[in-house]
Design a binder for this molecule. Sequence first.
Ligand code: NAP
Length: 251
Amino acid sequence: MSLRRTALVTGGGSGIGRAIALRLGADGFATAVLDLDAEAAERVAVEARDKGYEARAFGGVDVSDRGQVDAAVREVHDSLGPVLVLVNNAGLTGFKKFLHITDEIWDRMLAVNLSGPFYCAQAVVPDMVEAGWGRIVNISSSSAQSGQQFMTHYVASKAGLVGLTKALALELGPQGITVNTIPPGFVDTPMLRASEEHGLLGGTVDHHAELTPVRRPGRPEDIAAACAFLVSEEAGYVTGQVIGVNGGRNT
Ligand code: NAP
């Protein structure tokens, strides 16, 4: 990579987002670790700096709040430079029988998982257009490919993110900006373990790993590796794509 580029990773304080932030740091990006959980964001930024990477935490930012997103992106821009890579990773999960999904639950899911990426992309695309180069990676979910019972609101939000990816890729392609989505499946993170603990997985993580073609759960680093490729220079001809990373659980 010839010039220094800044990457913004939402939900960078935990799980998949943490792995992506550390990987992009290792690959030479100045990394903005944005998270609702300020302490978690700070921990990851410190971890990255301890490894010699350039990183800053932007904590206490809710991606579903456009004002907070715009203010945080301005701060990133001023401290780390124009944002040329955006990874929309922050997300909520949820399990509810369809008739138990209230308007509030539905609205919050859509606000975080779909409006959040919309606000973040609108905030950074002007930097990318000016540079004539940009990369957006949206972390959706394999459940948007397969469907998932008791997760209608979650799956609808992630399927919306797949649609956003495809449409935006067509619009931004002429300006040197690629937009892709990685739908992870069954990745061992605090989110997955919390679902296991609450008995919401229909079995343990180990049980599901045995049913997975590669016979293990995903690691956050598996998603980070795919993301690193998609934001690289050499991925310039890959856009509008759904790049599944799921151990063969969905094909
Ligand atoms: P995780 O460990 O729970 O990490 C998600 C991070 O995002 C947390 O630090 C969380 O902060 C933050 N966050 C949540 N809501 C936010 C908001 N409104 N604004 C800013 N930050 C927010 O989850 P993960 O498993 O790494 O998941 C990362 C992404 O992958 C999510 O979009 C998820 O839907 C997707 N995904 C994961 C799997 C899997 O198997 N793990 C499968 C399919 C898709 P708090 O802790 O404060 O909430």
